[in-house]
Design a protein. Structure first.
Length: 178
């Protein structure tokens, strides 16, 4: 029998001072059995950094043909493709052919190696690559509850997160901007 996903519910008071976005987000996230809390929370942060009306969480690890998040225009065109982790270059290349904008948010201990090995290949692609510090993501994951309220304030490229269990800061490093 296959393992079922774990469901998390987040109510997020989002204040993105960099983009002048102020919103309350209600996210229900299915954490794949093989997905870590850290990866799931990077998906949440990526959603906050890109919050817009058409942005949705995809099946993620459950479907290799979809990104972690995406946004379609009202006429059905794929506007934004967001991958979390260290995707293969061929996957990013494919995404750049079908989406208007592609973003990658890497975050774990192997991110620096992934970036060093793929930097020259990714430089020729229309993709934005961002990096979260692993220690900060681990600190964020320690604050997670199955149902939670959180405040996320984004300013100067950093996210300040406050929850019932505590607070943390997660900085965002731009590796490549398109």
């Amino acid at each position: 029998m296959a393992l079922k996903p774990t469901i998390f519910k987040f109510r997020i008071a989002l204040t993105d001072l960099d983009r002048e976005v102020y919103d309350t987000l209600n996210l229900t996230i299915a954490q794949h059995p093989s997905e870590t809390l850290e990866r799931m929370m990077v998906r949440v942060l990526a959603f906050c950094y890109n919050a817009q009306d058409q942005l949705v969480l995809c099946k993620g690890l459950s479907d290799t043909e979809e990104p972690d998040l995406w946004s379609h225009s009202l006429d059905g065109n794929l506007e934004l493709w967001i991958d979390v982790g260290e995707p293969a270059v061929y996957r990013i290349k494919k995404a750049t052919r079908i989406a208007s904008a592609v973003k990658v948010y890497c975050f774990n201990t192997k991110s620096n190696t992934w970036w060093d090995l793929g930097r020259s290949k990714l430089a020729n692609l229309a993709v934005s690559v961002f990096h979260f510090q692993w220690e900060e993501i681990k600190a964020l994951a320690e604050l997670v509850q199955r149902t939670m309220d959180m405040s996320v304030t984004i300013t100067d490229g950093s996210a300040y997160i406050a929850t019932e269990l505590g607070e943390c800061e997660v900085s965002l490093q731009v590796l490549q901007q398109q």
